[in-house]
Design a protein around this ligand. Structure first.
Ligand code: FE2
Length: 389
């Protein structure tokens, strides 16, 4: 028999043109802290002004916090929460990609809890205090990658220690997520592909972690993996293809978010997150791509049947002589089709002498105890060495 566990309490408003619904949807407060990145991109694209006008139409006030950098930091979260409190905001609105939305989620925690964000971090130097409540969060997504729109996670870097940690708590499930793929057509090629692989790995890693236990995880993961395999090459070729953007957004922002809401990803994500914490200039999707081929070659022997199933979802039949290799071949094929095969770590300033630190922070600082298979520090070093170029 099988079992089901599910909890995905976010109201999802999805489809081309649905940003306009922001003027009429029942919002969870009277004044929003609108969180955007420091590069001014949302302003330049005209999206920020549209959002502010729609909020006004809905009878809701807003204050903009525009101090967010990629791989958002503890310091900017605390700053955002302070501004929200000073201005009487009662909810946050993350506008943009994962950095803006995760800052909105973490700031929502610190708007209603005492102390510093790191008092509540669950690992490393964190204080491990429990998060019971947060202010409501609304999201407006302009990228298709993290799944943060529909999951209970935010990822924040502590700039003092280099730790990049998840905060996972039901209180930060967004109340409402507006996902309008029309806002994604102008995303640059590299970001589109990196985020597409991020979405793929969320679903595939959750599929592996799940080991067929929770039937809903398999349902969401299968639809996501098949959708990304079909549409990522299309959107990589032509970013203005709205049908491809709609499908990639559906996979990333809804399906892969749901898989992560129900189960953890694997050490593939934990290693990649460590790389992002130590080298903040590396895009999250890029750090996943760096190590993907070597990582899945290494884990082939542990759960080959699950990897063969993932390969089949991506159109590569299993080879009984090489169990698990179908998924490795499918990944390599997709990376080649989208121009990111053998993406060089060296171009981001990562050197072989950094590998031991990456491994130590991953295993000792963050921990990799909760997955379907165990990898040793030596395994992780091998993966990094084989991936390096
Ligand atoms: Fe991710």
């Amino acid at each position: 028999m099988f079992k089901v566990d599910t909890y995905t309490p976010t109201r999802v408003v999805f489809g081309p043109g649905r940003l306009e619904d922001l003027a009429t949807v029942a919002l969870p407060g009277k004044k929003a802290l609108v969180c955007v990145t420091e590069d001014g991109l949302m302003k330049k694209l005209g999206i920020q002004d549209r959002v502010l006008a729609l909020l006004e139409k809905n009878g809701v006030g807003a204050v903009v916090y525009d101090g967010i950098c990629p791989n958002p930091t503890r310091k900017s979260v605390m700053e955002a929460a302070k501004i929200a409190k000073e201005n009487g905001c009662d909810f946050t609105l993350g506008l943009g990609g994962g950095s803006s939305i995760d800052t909105a989620k973490a700031a929502a925690v610190m708007m209603v809890n005492p102390g510093d964000l790191w008092d509540y971090a669950y690992a490393g130097t964190g204080g491990r205090k429990e998060i019971k409540v947060a202010a409501p969060v609304v999201t407006v997504s302009t990228t298709a990658g993290t799944g943060t729109e529909t999951d209970p996670y935010c990822v924040v870097t502590n700039e003092d220690t280099g730790e990049k940690l998840d905060f996972a708590v039901d209180a930060i499930f967004p109340a409402i997520s507006i996902i309008d793929p029309e806002l994604m057509v102008s995303l640059p090629h590299s970001l589109t592909v990196y985020q597409g692989f991020d979405a793929l790995f969320h679903a595939a890693e959750c599929y592996i972690s799940n080991e067929h236990n929770n039937r809903l995880v398999d349902l969401y993961a299968r639809d996501s993996v098949e959708t990304v395999a079909k549409w990522l090459p299309v959107v990589s070729e032509d970013g203005s293809n709205l049908e491809a953007r709609v499908n990639m957004s559906y996979a990333a922002n809804i399906l892969s978010g749901y898989t992560q809401a129900l189960i953890n990803t694997t050490s593939h994500h934990i290693i990649a997150q460590t790389i992002g914490g130590l080298f903040p200039g590396v895009a999250h999707g890029a750090s996943l791509i760096f190590i993907a081929e070597a990582y899945y070659k290494k884990v082939c022997a542990h759960r080959p049947e699950l990897l063969d199933e993932l390969g089949a979802m991506m159109g590569v039949a299993a080879d009984p002589a090489n169990p698990g290799k179908a998924y490795v071949d499918a990944l390599v094929d997709l990376m080649k089709k989208t121009g990111v095969y053998r993406l060089p770590m060296s171009q981001y300033g990562i050197k072989p002498e950094d590998f031991q630190k990456i491994v130590d922070v991953t295993v000792d600082g963050t921990g990799i105890d909760f997955e379907a298979y165990k990898l040793t520090k030596e395994d992780l070093l091998d993966i990094l060495k084989e991936s390096y170029c």
